[in-house]
Design a protein. Sequence first.
Length: 104
Amino acid sequence: MLYGYQPFATKDSRIFDRADEFVLDRFVGEEGEEMLKHVLWSNGPESGAPSVNNKQCAGKDIVVLALRLLLVELFRRYYSFDIEVLASPLGAAVTVTSLKQAGF
């Protein structure tokens, strides 16, 4: 599956404070929601809607839902997990190295 990559989509330092950093609450609150119009992925702005007149991905909302469900399932099934983070040309490469199954 392909997903929007937030660190890549927010690298413009003219618009985003601390553009080279991951800021957890960058898009929280009224000011943060206003910043969403500057995030471009899925062939258009994050706040845009797909139509026959643009090339916005018609499945962008389904992709976000699928990712959320995947994360819910990951945290529901596994007690903990370990990851390895390495530098890559796009920012970071994350590999899951260990999963500990949840015991109910």
